[in-house]
Design a protein around this ligand. Structure first.
Ligand code: NAP
Ligand code: ZN
Length: 349
């Protein structure tokens, strides 16, 4: 199937229109016409080569929603016309213990990311959601609950699940004291989801400038990491902190904020950190951990959770041809919401 998207043709290059083919349907494949795709900081890291060399041309995008246009002969779960979604992975071995337990993101044989990765069968490079169409095996397609507005659903597929998964793993309950570092795409979803779980949520931001946004999202307050008095007063006051900072940073200013047995869960920076001090870990039985997106069943659970609790990402709709400006704004770190590409703006020609 011929399709069109926006691709980077070299490291740090601007994205430009790119015509390419989606594979013919295998028996277990679902073909999707994409209506919207969220813009994740991971898309920017990948295009910029922050995570090593990439196979260009590269079409980013892993917060995908759309409508089923065709299904392979053995597909039983989806029909033409269904509202569906695809997140950060499109395949895994389906045979290892992690896959069997619904944690395909930790597949022992390596899951297949939605873009920039070899397809398990053909070795062709996977291409993401900044495009009109995608073909994905049935097991990696999610159903959008009838109650959810599809135009505001896309960021749930990465920003949502990446923060929901650790909130569930660390068993957030009503009254759990949760801190969220970095009030961007992931951070604003972490605040909303933790609030919906009944937690007592504080946004931890570089300055006070996002205070009104933090409160509008449901946070009890905003703690500015640049305010050393406020940081000292907040010592030992959190059970769980989700760290979404997209760059190398110093966790030593955050670990003392944890109470006994508290955990700082890093979901942002993939790569080196400034050297962590063991003192706050030893003198407080505090932990530093990490977490990668979430499994398929957990992502479906999250879509139902968002429908039930009326939780939506804050979406700023953009046209496909505004993507390069959107990347520049994302780089600034000033946003407290998600850009979402309206794929109707991408001409098929
Ligand atoms: P984003 O929208 O740019 O938000 C990041 C936020 O972090 C900014 O809004 C800013 O918040 C803060 N920040 C930015 N630069 C900073 C710096 N140099 N030092 C301290 N704080 C800084 O990005 P995102 O889409 O949420 O993604 C965040 C990170 O998560 C990215 O690195 C992305 O690759 C990663 N990610 C990981 C997973 C996973 O599975 N673990 C999944 C998706 C994304 P304040 O203004 O409030 O400080
Ligand atoms: Zn992402």
């Amino acid at each position: 199937m011929k399709t069109v998207g926006y691709a980077a043709h070299a490291e740090k290059a601007e994205l430009t229109p790119y015509h390419f083919e989606r594979r013919d349907l295998r028996s277990n494949d679902v073909a999707i016409e994409i209506t919207h795709c969220g813009v994740c900081h991971s898309d920017l890291h990948t295009v910029n080569g922050d995570w090593g060399p990439q196979p260009y041309p590269l079409v980013p995008g892993h917060e995908i929603v759309g409508i089923v246009t065709a299904v392979g002969q053995d597909v039983s779960t989806y029909q033409v016309g269904d509202r569906v979604a695809v997140g950060c992975m499109v395949d895994s071995c389906q045979e290892c213990d992690h896959c069997h337990h619904g944690e395909e993101q930790y597949c022992r044989n390596g899951m297949t990311p939605t873009y920039g990765s070899p397809d398990r069968h053909t070795g062709e490079t996977t291409q993401g959601g900044y495009s009109k169409h995608i073909v994905v095996r049935e097991e990696f397609v999610l159903r959008i609950p009838a109650k959810l507005d599809i135009a505001r659903t896309a960021p749930i597929l990465c920003a949502g699940i990446t923060t929901y998964s650790p909130l569930r793993t660390w068993d957030v309950q009503p009254g759990t004291r949760v801190g969220v570092i970095g009030l961007g795409g992931l951070g604003h979803m972490a605040v909303k989801l933790a609030v919906a779980m009944g937690a007592d949520v504080t946004a931890i931001s570089r300055s006070n400038s996002k205070e009104a946004q933090a409160k509008a999202l449901g946070a009890k307050s905003l703690l500015a990491s640049s305010d050393s008095d406020a940081m000292a007063k907040a010592a030992s006051s959190f059970d769980l902190i989700i760290d979404t900072i997209p760059a190398k940073h110093d966790v030593n200013i955050y670990t003392p904020l944890l109470d006994l047995d508290g955990s700082l869960v890093i979901v942002g920076q993939v790569g080196p950190l400034a050297e962590p001090m063991t003192t706050p870990l030893i003198f407080g039985r505090r932990r530093i951990a990490g977490s990668l997106i979430g499994g398929i069943a957990e992502t479906q659970e999250l879509l139902e959770f968002c429908a039930e609790h009326d939780v939506y990402p804050e979406c700023e709709m953009i046209r496909m041809d505004q993507i390069n400006d959107a990347f520049k704004q994302l780089e600034s770190g000033d946003l407290a919401h998600r850009f979402v590409i309206d794929m109707a703006s991408l001409s098929a020609k």
